[in-house]
Design a protein around this ligand. Sequence first.
Ligand SMILES: Nc1nc2c(ncn2[C@@H]2O[C@H](COP(=O)(O)OP(=O)(O)OP(=O)(O)O)[C@@H](O)[C@H]2O)c(=O)[nH]1
Ligand SMILES: [Mg+2]
Length: 136
Amino acid sequence: MSERSFVMIKPDGVAAGLTGEIVSRIERRGFEIIAMKKTTMARDAAESHYGEHSEKPFFGELVDFITSGPVVMMAVTGPEGTIAALRAMMGTTNPMESAPGTIRGDFATETGQNVIHGSDGLESAERELELHFTKV
Ligand SMILES: Nc1nc2c(ncn2[C@@H]2O[C@H](COP(=O)(O)OP(=O)(O)OP(=O)(O)O)[C@@H](O)[C@H]2O)c(=O)[nH]1
Ligand SMILES: [Mg+2]
């Protein structure tokens, strides 16, 4: 059984020149990037992407940030457990609590600018892949 996830290098990660480093980590781990594009997310797509957070006080800030510059979007596949393994590679939401060796633990200090996104489950992965790639 294979599994696919939606992974996105956020505007801060792209601006910091971390695209190659992050793509390399995903590839070297043994996952396959089956689609990839650099784009600036439209506001309506961002509001849909983060729809689960629409009632949160930081929602406006979150949408402003994620649409503030180019992101790099990827569809990533691997064996069962890939979604969780990618999340583990990313580290915790608050980078100050992320273990060294994780992407956030190595390259971020602020929750609101934490370099990378990864789907948190099978349903969100399929929803996000359809939203940003239509069909992959
Ligand atoms: N400014 C601010 N941003 C927050 C806060 N909590 C979460 N966020 C942002 O909202 C994003 C989505 O939150 P979650 O889905 O709970 O966290 P996550 O799954 O680790 O992060 P994503 O992969 O981006 O979805 C986080 O990555 C943060 O950038 C907060 O308290 N303040
Ligand atoms: Mg999330």
